[in-house]
Structure formats: C-alpha cells, structure tokens
Design a protein around this ligand. Structure first.
Ligand code: 5GP
Ligand code: ZN
Length: 111
C-alpha cells in the first residue's frame, strides 16, 4: 500500500529495529511509548480496520495473537500487559494499517 508508514517499515524502506519477525508479522517498539514497554505488532498484510477482515486476514490476526502469547515473556511482558487495537477516528487510530499495541513493563493505570 503506497504511502502507508507501516507498509514501509515492513518493507524495510523506513528502518525500524524488529524485536520479532516472521513471514506474517513484525514487532517493533512504538516511537512514542505510552508505557515503560510499548510494542506494536504489525501484520505484514495491509488492511486498516477489523471491518475489512476477510477469512485470510482473520487467520493472520489469529496467528498474531497466538504468536504474541508465545513471545510475550521474551518481550519483558511476563507480569502482564495490555492489548489495544485502535479503530478509526473516534478510536484514536492514526495509522490506517491495522496493528496491535502491547503495553506493559509496569502497572498500567486505568484508561
Ligand atoms: P494508532 O494511533 O494508529 O493506534 O497507533 C499508531 C502508533 O504508531 C502510535 O502509537 C505512534 O507512536 C506509532 N508510530 C507512528 N509512526 C511510527 C514510526 O515511524 N515508527 C514507530 N516505531 N512507531 C510509529
Ligand atoms: Zn500498510
């Protein structure tokens, strides 16, 4: 997807160290962390919203969640973490490439 910052990161056109990568997803640090640890899990396939999900994308998201569960300790999230997917304008989504926020490394406040 042209002009999508996360597609550019996935493609390596914008350098961003990957804490995890496989054929379906990457995990990077959020550039403006909202917690002591703040990661973004970014599926390699471009789609903006959960509403745009077809079977294949649903499989990709399922894969991402299972992988997060598998690697969360390696990311320092062993004491718990928060998972957020912002959707659209009211949801505070600023990058229209679906991504999963992982926040932790400390006790998080209410939101
Ligand atoms: P959203 O607001 O769409 O749910 O989340 C987008 C997130 O991407 C924000 O938390 C923002 O700080 C992060 N972000 C935006 N541009 C970049 C970037 O170039 N690199 C990284 N690592 N994070 C980014
Ligand atoms: Zn994209």
């Amino acid at each position: 997807m042209e002009n999508c910052i996360f597609c550019k990161i996935v493609a390596g056109e914008i350098p961003s160290p990957r804490l995890y990568e496989d054929e379906k997803m990457i995990v990077i640090r959020d550039i403006e962390p909202k917690a002591k640890l703040h990661y973004l899990c970014i599926p390699k396939t471009h789609f903006a919203l959960l509403a745009d999900m077809d079977e294949e994308k649903a499989e990709t998201l399922k894969y991402c969640f299972r992988k997060i569960a598998e690697i969360h300790k390696e990311l320092g999230l062993q004491d718990g973490y928060r998972v957020i997917i912002n959707q659209g304008e009211n949801g505070g989504q600023t990058v229209p490439h679906l991504h999963i926020h992982l926040l932790g490394g400390e006790v998080l406040g209410d939101f």
